[in-house]
Ligand binder design. Sequence first.
Ligand code: BES
Ligand code: ZN
Ligand code: ZN
Length: 494
Amino acid sequence: MKTDIYQGTAYNEPVPLAVLLYSADETLPDVITGLVEAEDITGESETQLLLYTRNTLSARRLLLIGLGERQQITPELLRQVGAHAVRKAQALKLPSLHLQLPTFEHLPLAQVAQALAEGFELGQYRYLDQKSELSAAETHTVATSTLVIAPTTSATENDAITAAVRRGQIIAQGSNLARNLQNTPGNQMVPARLAAVAQELATETRLTVTVFEQADLEERGFGGLLAVGKGSAQEPRFIIIEHGEATADRPTICLVGKGITFDTGGISIKPADKMDLMKMDMGGAAAVLGAMQTIAALELPLHVVGLISSAENMPGPNAYKPGDVIQTLSGKTVEVLNTDAEGRIVLADALFFAQQYQPQAIIDLATLTGGIVVALGPHAIGLMGNNQELVERVLAAGEASGERAWQLPLWDAYRKMIKSEVADIRNTGGGRQASSITAAAFLDAFVGDYPWAHLDIAGTAWSDGKHTAYTSDGATGVGVRLLAYLLLYWAETL
Ligand code: BES
Ligand code: ZN
Ligand code: ZN
């Protein structure tokens, strides 16, 4: 979908659909109030009213979307409103929509424009790759979304809005890439395919990609990743994606993703019910790839290294077993209590590998624990780390991007829970207590003293399609927006 900008008044143009956003405490122009019953105009947040204008206005249709109280309006609401607008145009099979850019005292115009552009792009997303025949509704796409800006907008404001729209689109395209990867079924999205996607990305952008295959992993001693991959006929892969290079004025940031392309639980096998959802267990890897695409397109003046540990967790004849002790890349030994706690084991190698870059920050994303689904549901990423300054940065980026995170404690008391009698560390706390935190405590053992933040996205990576206007059934691409906002701000404030 194309998003462009036009100066004018949307409902005075001969367009198929003009969209007007209005708050509860705002009076609409007479030409519009004349078309509706006053009591239908509540302005309640996310309410929609579709009017057929019958030549009373130049626009053929007018969609009114309520924003609630003016002071309460957030970029996140605007993202959702953008999605509502594009979905309405989609449902009506219209080629385009024209949305009047609203102005608010408490939000810069560019921020409003960026949120709406993100909403358009996220809202039009559908995953149809597996269908051999598409219905007319499915083949229809809204080709253009236009933000209509006041004729009085200055040239400088115009430029800022244009840049913001482009930024919003690029970010949402990164999210949509992540969603595509995550939605791809496990039989297709195997570790080698994930690596091929990364390599394709390198041919389309200035990113450089290196892939370690089975033999490379053996030679280098990726004992964690290899152990998890052993039960599968699919070979594991370690993927390195690099943007820019380390210079004195460019900080290095490592983004680490869990890329379990399917998680059966291995020998500690999961129950059958909803096991199909475990194709989403590469959500962290998908977020890293989506973020790398975004960072490259935005040409951020940072050195960003994406690291993905990818394997399929299966109970095949060579599978690793409960009670096994394995040696990770770091040299540390791990007692495996439960083969279903595999994410932390593949991440251990990636986090240790990250240390060689001497990064200013290591940020990992992983669909790591069922515990975080229970604790925070679909509305917040679980956040833990060893450096409060970095944690605060992530919290702020979560707030700004609409991918909110919530911090859990990572005290020494939790580290004690994963002490092993026979090895250096064990891979679970033994029971269900604080399982998201003991998982983070395990990761912490592999990052050294580098500032590190861990994002547990198990609850936020998959959606029933109901919790926000722009999510559809399935993958959310969570993490891409948070990372994009984090790194954009990082680059701006160097
Ligand atoms: N991939 C799962 C976590 C998960 C659960 C992701 C639900 C998305 C939705 C992870 O590998 C796992 O199985 N974790 C176990 C660890 C336990 C055995 C210590 C969990 O959290 O139950
Ligand atoms: Zn698991
Ligand atoms: Zn898993």
